[in-house]
Write a protein that binds this ligand. Structure first.
Ligand SMILES: Cc1cc2nc3c(=O)[nH]c(=O)nc-3n(C[C@H](O)[C@H](O)[C@H](O)COP(=O)(O)O)c2cc1C
Length: 306
């Protein structure tokens, strides 16, 4: 087993689900025992229930998928009363994902979750391309100042590890990553979906009700790899990779580029067993290659400086 420690969050292996692609685990528990996973990262929650965007919300794409769910969720109260009692039955860690329209809302969510020992860490969604934010145009994580403010507020309200989730759509993701580290983040999740759109030539309409959405899956893997590699050069805190991880080799490539852990997203829509299969295969690779800890592979990309 490849154990991982993400600023106090101890995982039995580096494989987690990606927020929004695994619900609260219920549907996937019908296929496999969630205890095989390092952690379940839950669908992003907000203070109040959100209806989400106009359908259709998902569109297929030759090299990935597009979604514009719009953070539909039943709010934090539902999460506490329904999602957590289910998840606590499994021997895995639970990471809650939160979103708000301003720093105060993020702080309030963190404060509520801090009191609940069924939640082991908090991912801070600062990078959803499918919602409009209250206090600024664009994504929070495109702006180092507002990102730092939110992360600092969240950290002030919880003693659990805090993982801001960033977008590659920033002028300089390393500056945003450093701002998070300085604000007290325990790790970083890189990256969220990339803004995108798809059209139907026959109907001359957009494929998504929201017109635009977020691209995920294999198409974004090279972008995510570079984000992880770039950020790995400048921060000391752990990196959790997300973006186009469809199999164990993808996961291992991300670890080679500096990731401590990986999240499985769109792959769950193709194969409901993806998290289990990738977790077992990553473990097997470490065993077969006589690697004793994540650091024996992490950041060990071999290259000549150019
Ligand atoms: C249908 C769908 C819903 C998503 N919902 C969320 C969400 O609620 N919160 C979040 O932080 N990311 C959300 N994401 C982004 C994923 O967590 C992940 O970062 C992204 O899809 C890239 O990983 P992948 O290429 O492995 O899918 C969603 C992605 C998809 C496809």
């Amino acid at each position: 087993m490849v154990k991982v420690n993400l600023s106090g969050l101890e995982l039995k292996n580096p494989v987690m689900s990606a927020s929004g692609t695994f619900g609260y685990g219920k549907e996937f528990a019908e296929f496999f025992d969630l205890s095989v996973m390092g952690a379940v990262v839950c669908k992003t929650i907000t203070l109040k229930q959100r209806a989400g965007n106009k359908p259709p919300r998902i569109a297929d794409n030759s090299c990935g998928m597009l979604n514009a769910i719009g953070l539909e969720n039943k709010g934090i109260e539902y999460f506490l009363q329904n999602a957590l009692p289910f998840l606590e039955k499994f021997d895995t860690k639970v990471v809650a994902s939160i979103a708000g329209v301003n720093p105060a809302e993020y702080a309030e969510l963190a404060n509520i979750l801090d009191k609940d020992n069924r939640v082991h860490a908090i991912e801070v969604n600062l990078s959803c391309p499918n919602v409009s934010h209250g206090c600024q145009k664009g994504l929070f994580s495109q702006n180092a100042e507002i990102t730092a403010q939110i992360v600092a507020q969240v950290c002030k309200n919880t003693s659990k590890p805090v993982f801001p989730k960033l977008s590659a759509m920033a002028a300089d993701i390393t500056a945003i990553a450093k701002a998070c580290e300085n604000a007290g983040a325990g790790g970083l999740t890189l990256i969220n979906t990339l803004p995108a759109m798809a059209v139907d030539l026959k109907t001359r309409k957009p494929m998504l009700g929201n017109i635009t959405g977020g691209l995920s899956g294999g198409a974004i893997k090279p972008v995510a790899l570079k984000a992880v590699w770039d950020v790995y050069q400048v921060v000391k805190i752990p990196i959790i990779a997300s973006g186009g991880i469809m199999n164990a080799n993808d996961a291992l490539e991300f670890i080679l580029c500096g990731a401590n852990a990986v999240q499985i997203g769109s792959a769950n829509f193709v194969n409901p067993l993806a998290c289990k299969e990738i977790a077992l295969s990553v473990d097997k690779y470490f065993e077969e290659n006589k690697l004793n800890s994540i650091d024996d592979l992490r950041g060990k990309l071999e290259y000549e400086t150019v």
